[in-house]
Design a protein around this ligand. Structure first.
Ligand code: COA
Length: 332
């Protein structure tokens, strides 16, 4: 019997309608389009304006898009994993609600949280479930309503983040396509540089924590940037070496969209041509768990069966890593 690999067989996406442009941000905080564009590559982001809708709304929409385009029966889905740093609520996993809403009534579901690396780590988990032979359809969704944890008076963070969701389906493959290898890392040194200080077990919510703005994302951008550049580039170059891939062998770089300069530095280190570096940060900003599947959804039409794709991500914690995957289908 040939070895089972875990292949991505379908993708889906959803971004909310409201567009927060750099020009609009100029009216909210002391910033300007030139600064944001040159430092980050971001022009606009999407924001979920409805106060009564959480991350589950984005996740459900992305999953429904996948289900519709792939023409699958949701009752056949075995597992629903939701990569997110902004669950609807603490305790009750958002993935469970999402699974029920999309009709995945035979699945079990749970959330995965590793900041901006949540989706990358989720790919490892989803692939392992499929490779084990125990599950045949694993739905991995990356969704974040970042606007729910951003202080729109803090120009260090509000220019970066946006809301969105993407989804992929992992299924068994016997042609050797799909998931090939991974290099996943983490280092607790990062805990203080990118975080929400209050609201967890270490500092539960009080009137004071709310008044002091401790429920918003805080980021030491310079330090995060330094670690992101060196670590993301390092694992991406190493996974190529480990798998004897030259820059010509790599068809696409699908990197976490946090900052255009971090992605370019990673591509440089890998020696990969600019034309292979997939970028949509200018339209969505950093959507945390949703960046990788949103790139897949936006560029799916370019991928050919057998293409070598290197995924890379870096996030709070710190968490980071790289995954090597062979694309398994031609669209249409
Ligand atoms: N608009 C205009 N000026 C701004 C600004 C803004 N939105 N934010 C900061 N500045 C100012 C700073 O006050 C500083 O001014 P000063 O030199 O007078 O003190 C200057 O611009 C440079 O700030 P700095 O923070 O050093 O900028 P930077 O080049 O490091 O870029 C980030 C800031 C946030 C874009 C960058 O550090 C970054 O992308 N970091 C990583 C972010 C990331 O990837 N996060 C998610 C990880 S998953």
């Amino acid at each position: 019997m040939s070895k089972i690999t875990a292949a991505i067989t379908a993708v889906g996406k959803y971004v909310p309608e409201f567009v927060l442009t750099n020009e609009l941000l100029e009216t909210m905080v002391d910033t300007n389009d030139e600064w944001i564009t040159s430092r980050t590559g971001i022009k606009e982001r999407r924001i979920l304006k409805d106060a009564d809708k959480g991350t589950s709304y984005l996740a459900i929409k992305a999953a429904e898009d996948l289900i519709k385009s792939a023409g699958i029966n949701p009752e056949e889905i075995d597992v629903v994993l939701l990569a997110t740093a902004t669950p609807d609520q603490p305790v009750a996993a958002t993935a469970v609600y999402v699974a029920t809403q999309i009709g995945a009534v035979n699945a079990f579901a749970y959330d995965l949280q590793a900041a901006c690396s949540s989706f990358l780590y989720g790919m490892s988990t989803a692939a392992a479930y499929v490779e084990s032979g125990r599950y045949k359809k694993v739905l991995l969704i990356g969704a974040d309503k970042m606007s729910s944890i951003i202080d729109y008076k803090d120009r260090a963070t509000c220019i970066i983040f946006g809301d969105g969701a993407g989804a992929v389906l992992f299924e068994p493959n016997t042609e050797g396509l799909g998931f090939q290898d991974e290099l996943l890392r983490s280092d607790g040194i990062g805990r203080d540089f990118l975080r929400i200080e209050a609201g967890g077990s270490l500092m539960p919510a009080t009137i004071e924590t709310v008044e002091q703005g401790k429920h918003f994302v805080y980021q030491d951008g310079k330090t995060v940037f330094k670690y992101a550049v060196s670590n993301m580039a390092d694992v991406s170059a190493r996974i190529m070496e480990k798998n004897n891939l030259s820059h010509d062998d790599v068809n696409w770089l699908v990197a976490h969209q946090a900052n255009r300069r971090i992605i370019d530095a990673t591509a440089n280190r890998m020696g990969v041509d600019e034309s292979k570096v997939l970028i949509n940060i200018e339209r969505y900003g950093n959507t945390t768990s949703a960046t990788l599947p949103l790139v897949l959804a936006d560029f799916e039409h370019l991928f050919k069966k057998g293409d070598n794709i290197i995924f890379a991500a870096f996030g709070g914690g710190f968490t980071w890593g790289s995954i090597y995957l062979k694309w398994a289908y031609n669209k249409n």
